[in-house]
Design a protein around this ligand. Structure first.
Ligand code: SF4
Length: 342
């Protein structure tokens, strides 16, 4: 038995020809999988009963279920999804002006172990498969229609896990989200955030997906960044810079940086100067983020004075910078902070 959404087009077509089914049946199955996102093969009503029964014998579908939905006072909605093996992931809906952005996950846990992150503290359980990534976007879109009466406008791949550490499944799921036979979302409205798996940033550039790239930077000094994000020991800032230049050359996209301001760790003017120097490598914008404190992490949110000085320094260097509040603070909307409560 094989999970059907995780089965390639070629494999499904081979299976159909073995059943001596006409080729157009593939389009019907594809539509049920991605345009209707059915949970059960029995729902594929326009397939002949015999073919459907054979399909059910050889394949199954993993559903994901929203088991907890927390609405925040700021309008964002955090969702805990349970998976077929009783593990949990999280998704968030964030309304902002005309936009409704869904944040989706790519792994249960994460193996990169960033020191300030609740997901990193959970360790790694497994990669999500293509259907599990796709269905989060699908279900969050349904929720968006129900709660805000609007479709999703944007997707950020920024939830639990490092998307480029689950490269193939993430890219395949995003292809389906973009595909007109899937959710039909413009790649311009999709942002993938990476802690900087440099070789896979180059692979993403070569994939032709042409989505927006965001880098969780948090320090522009190797010694400090390695302390905050151990992945920097493997791919340091110079290697990261080369991969980002490659991404920009290939896609012509501006690179976004996420930089969480931690009190007296990375929030001084000299840290801002290092950051301004690093980001010169390509056109960019910087999202400074107020820390959504994780209890045991030992990090605190930067104070107002340091935050403003930091911003002013970057602005004086003519860098596009935006300060982001941690949306959904009261519903644990930081990375990994809902799911690891189960
Ligand atoms: S910040 Fe992202 S990459 Fe780092 S541990 Fe958390 S989920 Fe993993």
């Amino acid at each position: 038995m094989q999970e059907l959404r995780n089965t390639s087009e070629a494999e499904i077509k081979t299976w159909l020809s073995k059943q001596q089914a006409p080729a157009f049946r593939y389009k019907q199955i594809e539509s049920w999988l991605w345009q209707h996102a059915v949970d059960d093969i029995a729902q594929m009503q326009n397939l002949p009963v015999l073919l459907r029964e054979k399909l059910e014998t050889d394949f199954y579908l993993d559903a994901i279920e929203a088991i907890k939905i927390n609405a925040s006072n700021d309008g964002s909605i955090k969702v805990a999804f349970s998976l077929a093996d009783d593990t949990y992931i999280e998704g968030v809906l964030i309304p902002s002006g005309k936009r409704i952005t869904a944040c989706i996950s790519t792994q249960v846990g994460c193996r990169l172990g960033c020191k300030f992150c609740a997901t990193g503290g959970m360790g790694f359980t497994r990669n999500l498969h293509i259907g599990e990534i796709y269905l989060q976007a699908w279900k969050l879109n349904e929720l968006s229609k129900a709660h805000y009466d609007r479709h999703l406008s944007n997707i950020v791949v920024m939830g639990m896990g490092e998307p480029l550490d689950n490269f193939e499944n993430t890219v395949s799921a995003l292809r389906k989200i973009i595909d007109e036979n899937g959710m039909g979302m413009s790649p311009r409205r999709i942002t993938l955030s990476t802690a900087s798996l440099a070789p896979n940033i180059k692979k993403l550039a070569d994939s032709g997906l042409n989505i927006q790239l965001s880098v969780s930077l948090h320090a522009a000094d190797n010694e400090l960044r390695s302390r905050l994000m151990p992945i920097n020991n493997k791919y340091d800032l110079q290697v990261l810079a080369e991969s980002l230049q490659y991404y920009h050359q290939k896609t012509k996209k501006r690179i976004s940086y996420e930089y969480i301001l931690f009190n007296e760790v990375n929030d001084s003017v000299s840290h801002a100067a290092q950051l301004a120097e690093f980001v010169k490598i390509t056109p960019c914008k910087i999202n400074l983020i107020e820390y959504n404190a994780v209890k045991e992490s030992g990090f605190e949110k930067s104070n107002e004075k340091n935050t403003q000085k930091f911003i002013r320094h970057l602005e004086r260097k003519n860098i596009v910078v935006q300060l982001r509040n941690s949306r959904g603070d009261d519903v644990n909307a930081g990375c990994g902070q809902l799911a690891n409560k189960f």
